[in-house]
Write a protein that binds this ligand. Sequence first.
Ligand code: PGA
Length: 208
Amino acid sequence: MKPLIVANWKCNPTTLKEAKLLFSRVKKAGGIICPPFVYLSVLRANGAQDCFWEEKGAFTGEISPLMLKNLGVKYVIIGHSERRKYFKETNEIIEKKLKAALKAGLKPILCIDKMSQIPKNTKGLIIAYEPLFAIGTGQACSIQKAKRMRTAIKRAAGITVPVLYGGSVNAQNAGEYVKLAGFQGLLVGGASLKPREFIDIIKNVCYG
Ligand code: PGA
């Protein structure tokens, strides 16, 4: 399987013009790009950062997995630590979202930082190991620890579940997580907003 490199733009950038420029510079490199919802249809991006657990109805402000699917989106990040922290998403809420995303035909990328966040049923999931201390801090996880976690996650979730690493990934360290620690891809936050750096990450991992 070709490594999956996922760009999580989070709540950036603030104008459509910037979003178009960033997207136009990275799209050819072949990653999964997850921009904010408002830019999805214009960019025709293949990834989203979250979704609701119902298909439709009276749920003001929510975006359903079916809407994303019908827009051409293929992947959706679910349970990111920022959603757990700022929006109080629990394992229970996250499991409802995972089910709904799968039902809509999306591929969910479940973010976890501990083993207790792995659901019982992992069929169809991609799991991203994102240790809290490494997210947005510039302090990436050591390769040894990441590798141990990857093994533990595979053991708990099943060998066929792809496991990605996320947390302060940059063009220097990207290759190691895939080549030395055995991850099947990366979830990239801050560095995905820098086109040159993001393209270098893909090059190092996929062709380096
Ligand atoms: P980071 O974010 O690459 O900026 O550490 C990763 C993430 O939050 O998914």
